[in-house]
Ligand binder design. Structure first.
Ligand code: AHG
Ligand code: MN
Ligand code: MN
Length: 344
């Protein structure tokens, strides 16, 4: 494929993998390429966030009289524009839009794919220079032709054909899967390319990091409270107490745990009785990546990717990360005989 030591760019890698889909005609490759381009534009703005007026609230007017956009609005617009221009996607479901966005033009109307996205994940961290991300998930449409429909999005996560995230962190990375393992690319700003830096990512089976907003402890279910106590107990043989790490950007917490080993939990709380995170554009894509890297993702009882969506903005509980840690947390749920179905 390439000489030892030679840089493999995202574009080259996508093309080299196209033979994984003998039935495909390159549309998925072009879709992934379009997402990569939008990611670079968003990255540029993220890096300027402390310097320019973009930190203002959406709807504010800057000194030039131009309307200011918050980064999540900007990111949403950039990804939508890239997907519209690419012509491979007939509809988009975004965290930022109540309804699906139908791309009803000559080129896109009959396109094969729909895309779900959280254009800017961890938005509370933008103003404080902490890692944020983008999450995306791609499905083949179920409607045969014509404008995309809501039904095209209400597919189980097991039907995803690709999913990924971009983390805008100490460096910017794009990590994605098409169901043939997980590969990570780091943006080299000097050449403006995502370069393969983490080939065939495998997550540790076990770990010693737990990530949860423990400030909500009082509102957690007994099972989650018990599991947290377990994480904090001393058990030198098994590496406990575990370390607590919680950035508050799902992408960043997930990415760290994927590399180092750990569990991320967003359980039901009093404020968010169904959990806070969204099935279509937060949980399913990360669940696909987790499983492809040898990790696990459940709602405490059921595999995330087997949940039948009924709404594009549906929320679910999430237990995701190192397989042994997720299974341990599930044992606590089982043990307290908590019927999550009642609280979900
Ligand atoms: P978003 O910025 O897309 O709304 O997502 C925020 C999510 C997720 O990234 C993060 O892990 C979680 O909300 C944090 O929630 P809490 O502040 O309730 O812990
Ligand atoms: Mn989010
Ligand atoms: Mn968001």
């Amino acid at each position: 494929m390439s000489l030892p030591g030679a840089v493999v760019t995202l574009g080259q890698f996508i093309i080299s993998r196209q033979s994984d889909y003998p039935y495909a005609k390159g549309e998925l490759s072009r879709l992934l390429r379009d997402i990569g381009i939008a990611a670079k534009i968003v990255n540029r703005e993220v890096n300027k966030a402390g310097l320019v007026d973009i930190l203002g609230a959406a709807g504010d007017t800057n000194i030039q009289g131009e309307e200011q956009k918050k980064l999540d609005v900007f990111a949403n617009e950039q990804f939508i524009a890239a997907l519209k221009a690419g012509g491979e996607c007939c509809a988009i479901a975004s965290e930022e839009n109540d309804d699906i966005i139908i791309i009803d033009n000559e080129i896109s109307r009959n396109a094969k794919y729909v895309v779900c996205m959280d254009p800017l994940d961890g938005s509370s961290n933008i103003d404080v220079n902490v890692s944020i991300g983008t999450i995306f998930s791609i499905y083949r449409r179920v409607s045969l032709s014509g404008p995309g429909t809501v039904e095209d999005f209400l597919q189980k996560g097991t039907e995803q054909v690709a999913a990924g995230y971009i983390i805008y962190g100490s460096s910017t990375m794009l990590v994605y899967t098409t169901g043939f393992g997980v590969n990570g690319f780091t943006l080299d700003p000097s050449i403006g390319e995502f370069c393969l830096s983490h080939p065939d990512m495998q997550a540790p089976l076990d770990g010693n990091i737990y990530s949860i907003n423990q400030g909500n402890f009082v509102h957690f279910t007994p099972a989650v409270k018990e599991y947290i106590k377990y994480c904090q107990e001393e058990d030198l043989e098994n590496g406990r107490p575990y370390s607590l790490r919680y950035i508050g950007s799902l992408v960043a917490d997930f990415h760290r745990n994927l590399i180092k080993g750990g569990i991320y939990i967003y359980p039901p709380t009093l404020k968010s009785p169904k959990g806070k995170l969204r099935l279509l554009y937060e949980c399913n894509p990360l669940a696909f990546i987790a499983e492809q890297a040898g990790s696990k993702a459940t709602n405490g009882m059921q595999r995330i990717m087997e949940i039948q969506p009924t709404d594009i903005h549906q929320r679910v509980s999430l237990y995701i990360g190192s397989t042994k840690m997720v299974e341990k947390a599930e044992q606590f749920i089982e043990a307290t005989k908590l019927d999550l179905n009642k609280s979900i």
